[in-house]
Write a protein that binds this ligand. Structure first.
Ligand code: C2G
Length: 134
């Protein structure tokens, strides 16, 4: 029998939507245990120039409550993926294909898989729609 595989994935998961859910479900399907790094508020400000709608504690709570998710942690920096993979014993890194190729250098520590994103849905589009600008 083969060893149980741990999958790791990362994201902000702000204004949680079905595209996020599908990514988490498909990531979970690649192994027996799924650990999710939720981007810190400060990382978002650095990366996207704005605070998320929901705080990191709220986003962590939402992701932790999902059935396919076995563990969550705060992702403090994009540059720490290698450390997180080792710390959580991940066998597979799953990222959306908007990051395709960006993490290939980690293939020496785990398998790296890029999954296609769900078309036509995004947090930015939802915010615009809700605020009446979309
Ligand atoms: N996603 C998706 N389909 C969408 C929107 C998002 O499959 N329509 C996926 C993304 O590809 C990602 C996850 O849902 O795998 C979370 O999306 P974001 O919160 O937008 O992730 P991002 O801000 O890019 O964070 O270390 C990397 C960062 O933490 C990535």
């Amino acid at each position: 029998m083969s060893e149980p595989r741990t999958v790791i994935t990362f994201g902000t998961f702000d204004v949680f939507h079905v595209g996020h859910l599908r990514m988490i479900e498909r990531a979970a399907g690649l192994g027996e245990r799924l650990v999710v790094g939720v981007s810190a508020d400060a990382l978002n400000v650095r990366k996207k120039g704005r605070e998320p709608v929901f705080s990191e504690q709220e986003r962590l709570a939402i992701i932790a409550a999902l059935r396919p998710v076995d563990g969550v942690f705060l992702e403090e920096s994009l540059e720490l993926k290698r450390d997180y993979i080792v710390e959580y014993g991940a066998d597979v890194l799953v990222m959306g294909d908007d990051w395709a190729g960006r993490f290939d250098e980690l293939k020496d520590v785990c398998e790296v898989v890029y999954l296609s994103r769900t078309p036509a849905i995004s947090t930015t589009a939802l915010i615009e729609k809700i605020s009446g600008n979309g």
